[in-house]
Each structure stands twice: as structure tokens, then as C-alpha cells.
Design a protein. Structure first.
Length: 190
């Protein structure tokens, strides 16, 4: 009702700094997995190898920018891709998954985040989160249930990666999303 509330100051949501175009808003890259005719099939072998490598030199295989493997390819995948920092709380997701034995029976967890080798990062917070991730994977014995993949920078291939996760009847988890960018991206999908 006009006149009952008057704001003397605050933010201007029409200010250009609030014009956020979420990466998921690019419909030429991010579109539903059901649109088979648009799928980028040339990426499928590389994505299959990324998610389900044919050979592992060791359980951790961190030299390849990945750790862990998924023993049961038939399980749906819980998937998250984000910076490896305390704000995005990827380690919180891993800990939650590790503590939930029923969930671990039903689904796999795939994380795409940061470096796996702390010596490759120059950021103190990320180094701490890397060490915490390794510790949680060991503590909860997530061998065969979790795949940790180093950050991926090819946004076109990442779009197809999301669709491959959807093919498994999996779910995308964004632990924290300022400005609701994940919701904006989701609203642009069919």
C-alpha cells in the first residue's frame, strides 16, 4: 500500500553492478539433457573418461588432477562444481555425504573443484580446503563412492558434463549461491 513504507536509502537494484549474467544463462551452452539433437557428442568420450576412468594408477591418482573412482556406474550422481573455498563449502558437502551411510549406498558423489595438490595453489584458504578434502575422503573411506576432479575451465564441455550427470538421473548441488545465480541459471532451463 503506497505511503505506508518509505525508504530513504538503500541499494539501487538497477545499478549496473547488479546486472549479473549467470554462466548457466547461456542457452547455447547450457540446455536440457533431453534435447538430444543439440547434445555435444564429441565431448562424450572425454567426459566418460573423466567420470569413469578406465585405468587408475593408484586410488588417489592426484597427479592426473583427480582422486577416487566410482565403483558402481549405475548409481545416480550427486554433482557439485565450484571454487574450493569455505564460502562454497564443498568440504561440508563431502562431510555430509561421508556421514550418511544410506545416501552412500544409493548415490555416488562427484566434485569438480580447485586443485588436488596443495602445492599448486597460492591461496591459503584453498590450500586448507584441499587438505581438508583429502582428510575427509580418508576419514569416511569414500573409495569407490567419490570422484574428485580438478577445476575444469572449458565451459562448453562443462555444459555437456552437467547433461551427462542428468543422464544418470543425478542431481546438481550448489551448497551456497550468492545473488541466486544458480536459481537464475535453472530458471533458464526447460
Amino acid at each position: 500500500m503506497p505511503g505506508l513504507c518509505r525508504f530513504a536509502s538503500g541499494i539501487n537494484v538497477f545499478d549496473p553492478k547488479f546486472n549479473i549474467a549467470s554462466p548457466g544463462a547461456d542457452q547455447s551452452v547450457y540446455f536440457p539433457h533431453t534435447q538430444k539433437h543439440r547434445r555435444l557428442t564429441s565431448f562424450l568420450p572425454a567426459i566418460e573418461e573423466l567420470l569413469f576412468p578406465r585405468s587408475l594408477t593408484s586410488e588417489s591418482n592426484t597427479g592426473h588432477g583427480n582422486r577416487g573412482f566410482l565403483e558402481d556406474k549405475r548409481k545416480p550422481i550427486i554433482f557439485s562444481m565450484a571454487r574450493l573455498d569455505t564460502v562454497k563449502n564443498i568440504t561440508g558437502l563431502v562431510e555430509w555425504y561421508g556421514k550418511n551411510s544410506r545416501l552412500r549406498e544409493l548415490v555416488n558423489l562427484v566434485i569438480v573443484a580447485g586443485f588436488l595438490d596443495p602445492s599448486k595453489s597460492k591461496d591459503r584458504e584453498e590450500i586448507s580446503e584441499i587438505k581438508k578434502m583429502h582428510s575427509l575422503i580418508d576419514k569416511y573411506q569414500l573409495k569407490g563412492q567419490l570422484r574428485w576432479i580438478a577445476a575444469q575451465n572449458d565451459r562448453v564441455r562443462n555444459g555437456e558434463l552437467y547433461r551427462c550427470i542428468a543422464d544418470t538421473k543425478g542431481a546438481f548441488v550448489q551448497v551456497l549461491s550468492f545473488f541466486l545465480d544458480t536459481l537464475i541459471a535453472a530458471m533458464t532451463m526447460d
